[in-house]
Write a protein that binds this ligand. Structure first.
Ligand code: GTB
Length: 214
């Protein structure tokens, strides 16, 4: 049985923004059952978890002898092992993987800066000046992505692991209001959220994060 780790209770209260949701989504897309092991904030930095995740984070993935960290690596592993998340054509597969990297390496970092400025640096005297600059960088990336997507349903024709990763990344910007300022991307994210596999993953993380006995 596949086991992933998640916060014992996500600080977002079940909005699906923590990164275990994208792994749950991938597992639902490829039809693999899984178990979730909760990890407290304290336990994240304890030796037992650090052996699984050198940076003391969630999610991790265990399946038999294999232990993985980093959502990109976990989802790529699932996409290569099970059908459903990568096209058959070799070039199309390579393009889908490029979009996975683009999501975590090019689009996600400025979105994370918004969270950092707001939650970690909010009390610094320069935070008020920095926020508009950071928001501008997210908006610029989103406009580029929307221009590429145009009227297309998905980034490379059919839905791939690249879309899965990209949709979950752009959803993280929804609380900032920036996602809804770019209707093409808001509609793209909504298409991802409408997929039955996403719905199952979202419902599972919501039930988990709102359970009465953590
Ligand atoms: N690059 C890694 C990956 O993709 O797997 C990043 C993993 C990561 O940042 N994990 C976060 C974590 O464990 C949880 S998802 N943080 C604890 C730590 O670093 O000590 C980030 C996250 C947290 C909370 C919300 N939220 O409440 O809305 C959303 C996303």
């Amino acid at each position: 049985m596949i086991t992933i780790t998640a916060f014992d209770r996500s600080p977002d209260g079940g909005k699906g923004l923590a990164r275990d949701t994208r792994v749950r989504w991938a597992l639902e897309e490829v039809g693999q059952p899984y178990e979730v092991r909760p990890v407290s904030f304290h336990a994240l930095k304890e030796p037992a978890h650090l052996r699984l995740h050198p940076f003391g984070q969630i999610p991790t993935f265990e399946d038999g002898d294999l232990a993985l960290f980093e959502t990109g690596a976990i989802i790529l592993h699932l996409a290569q092992r099970y059908p459903g998340l990568l096209p058959a054509d070799a070039n199309a597969r390579a393009r889908a993987v490029a979009w996975m990297f683009a999501a975590v390496n090019t689009v996600e970092p400025p979105i994370l800066d918004i969270v950092t400025v707001k939650l970690v640096e909010g009390d610094k005297p320069w935070a008020k000046d920095r926020m508009p600059l950071v928001r501008e960088r997210v908006t610029a990336r989103f406009r580029q992505l929307a221009a590429y997507l145009g009227d297309a349903e998905w980034l490379e024709g059919e839905f791939t692991a690249g879309d899965l990763m990209m949709v979950h990344v752009v959803l993280r910007a929804r609380p900032s209001g920036i996602l809804d300022e770019i209707p093409v991307l808001a509609a793209y994210a909504a298409r991802g959220e409408a997929r039955p596999a996403y719905q199952r993953a979202f419902a599972a993380q919501l039930a988990y994060n709102t359970r009465t006995e953590p």
